[in-house]
Ligand binder design. Structure first.
Ligand code: AMP
Length: 127
């Protein structure tokens, strides 16, 4: 499958330093920053620095080094934001909206890490 990446998307522009972000953590292959419109007290986005549209694209084409870095960055962000379960009543949800049915607004892979409040059940019936 051929994936096409739009390098004018807002996260590509953040990665090029064209627009600012509120960084939580940066590694060689990944960047984590606070969502501009947080939906929970903790709402951090983790993105790979490479040009991947969705998780399936990343899984198909990223190097093992990028995949390890991204996975470890997600874990480090959870620890840094103190949402790892086991610490009091903490906990979190990871979401990767993908494509039109997934209602993905920004076409650069990003994982939302949400926490700091009870998040309710996973999906509503009405979307
Ligand atoms: P999605 O619908 O999964 O593509 O989510 C895109 C997310 O990016 C939304 O939660 C937006 O609030 C967030 N967002 C858009 N622009 C920015 C920005 N410049 N900095 C941080 N977060 C952003």
């Amino acid at each position: 499958m051929a994936y096409s990446y739009d390098n004018q998307n807002i996260f590509a522009r953040i990665l090029r330093g064209e627009i600012p972000n509120n960084t939580v953590l940066e590694t060689e292959h990944s960047l984590a920053f606070h969502d501009i419109a947080p939906q929970a007290p903790v709402h951090v986005l983790v993105i790979p620095k490479g040009p991947y549209v969705t998780y399936d694209h990343f899984a198909a084409e990223a190097s093992a080094e990028e995949i390890v870095d991204f996975t470890q960055t997600v874990g480090l962000v959870c620890a840094q934001m103190e949402v790892t379960p086991g610490a009091g009543d903490a906990g979190y949800r990871m979401i990767a909206n993908s494509g039109s049915n997934g209602v993905q607004d920004v076409p650069h892979l990003h994982i939302h890490i949400l926490g700091g409040r009870m998040l309710g059940r996973m999906l509503s019936r009405n979307g």
